[in-house]
Write a protein that binds this ligand. Structure first.
Ligand code: SAH
Length: 343
């Protein structure tokens, strides 16, 4: 596979251009084009430079090969990478902005029982440029003619971001570069299944990203039943790492809790959650389970989901039940890619 130009920061791109004996302003032209989602060959630079660059670098590291649009405006994309792998992403439109969900790996090796992304294991890490290209491609679709492009990013597509640490961090840095697409880390949410040492490391990066931890259970044993990572790190260790994250960044953290019927949403679970989290600077995001056909797990009814939410609120937790969007287009975790691979 060729190298990827979008892996580079502007300063690195500038050094590359100078090392090729080109004038400095070519770096700016190139960077502006890349940040507008263009492929190298479509950017307004001399043909000779394009030729030299595309010999070593992918002209188009990622392209959208399928778009589905939901009746609620949510868009779902299938992206092809240069090596033929496919990943998927979603754009959710809210009043306050457009939130894109991006993938950080092709597949995943975390093995969570409810998740479709992990069914075929980990294929490979994405480079920071491949993660960035997802945003650049979707932003280019939407920001034409002065319309609003991507304003927020959530790392909640396929993959475990903290299992691809260096690329994820470098993506977040390049995403927020001022002359680039300029999305602040404050508008980025990083979701992890709870790789404790990496949470400590992230806390020291000086990047104010929103930390989201997939909890999904109230005891270590229960968690280990659905999330193999729980055999390595306990809930107590996760809570300590989150407290450290808050201390370092001043940012409230979020726990994701997908409601699985008969597994994790008994009244007792609500009581345990309250016990674990009360008084902490955190928010609980309840998620309706997206039923994955390979897994025999059932979603909770809406009525019971709201009742569970009510218990958490009554117990003094800040909590919400995530609105379900894009369900008519298979907006859930890994479905589009799984269908594509099946075919
Ligand atoms: N690896 C990261 C990102 C995963 S996707 C993590 O574990 O956090 C974002 C969220 O969706 C996670 O909380 C994940 O546990 C949850 N999720 C995965 N599959 C799901 C499903 N089928 N239904 C509901 N939530 C799911």
């Amino acid at each position: 596979m060729k190298k990827i130009l979008q892996d580079l920061s502007f300063a690195e791109l500038e050094s590359l251009i100078l090392s090729l004996g080109e004038k400095k302003f070519r770096a700016k032209q190139l960077y502006d084009g890349l940040m507008r989602g263009k492929k190298i060959s479509a950017i307004n630079i001399p043909a000779s430079l394009k030729g030299r660059l595309t010999e070593e670098y992918e002209d188009e590291p990622l392209k959208i090969i399928k778009t589905l649009t939901s009746s609620d405006g949510t868009e779902k994309y299938l992206f092809a990478l240069a090596d033929g792998n496919v990943i998927e992403g979603v754009l959710m439109k809210y009043k306050y902005g457009n939130t894109q969900c991006v993938s950080t790996q092709v597949g995943c090796r975390m093995g969570c029982k409810f998740c479709a992304s992990t069914l075929g294991g980990l294929i490979r890490n994405l480079t920071s440029g491949e993660i960035l290209c997802q945003v650049l491609a979707v932003n280019a679709l939407h920001s034409d003619g002065g319309k609003r492009g991507v304003t927020n990013v959530v790392l909640m597509g396929s993959g475990e971001p903290l299992d691809n640490y260096a690329n994820t961090v470098s993506f977040i840095k390049n995403l927020s570069a001022e002359g680039g697409i300029n999305i602040s880390p404050r508008n980025v949410s990083l979701s992890t299944c709870g790789i404790v040492p990496a949470i400590y490391r992230l806390a020291e990066e000086g990047l104010p990203v929103n930390l989201t931890v997939s909890l999904h259970q109230t005891t270590d044993d229960g968690r280990a039943r659905t999330m193999p990572v729980a055999k390595k790190y306990t809930i107590d260790e996760i809570l300590k790492a989150c407290a450290f994250y808050f201390e370092k960044t001043g940012r409230r953290y979020i726990f994701e809790y997908s409601l699985i019927d008969g597994e994790n949403c008994f009244d007792k679970n609500a009581e345990e959650l309250i016990c674990l989290l009360k008084g902490k600077p955190c928010h609980v995001n309840l998620i309706r389970l997206n039923e994955v056909k390979e897994r025999n797990l059932k979603a909770l009814s809406d009525k019971r989901a709201y009742a569970f939410l009510g218990l958490l609120e009554k117990g003094g937790l800040s909590a919400t039940l995530r609105r379900q969007i894009g369900s008519d287009i298979g907006g859930a975790c890994g479905q589009l890619r799984a269908n594509y691979l099946e075919k």
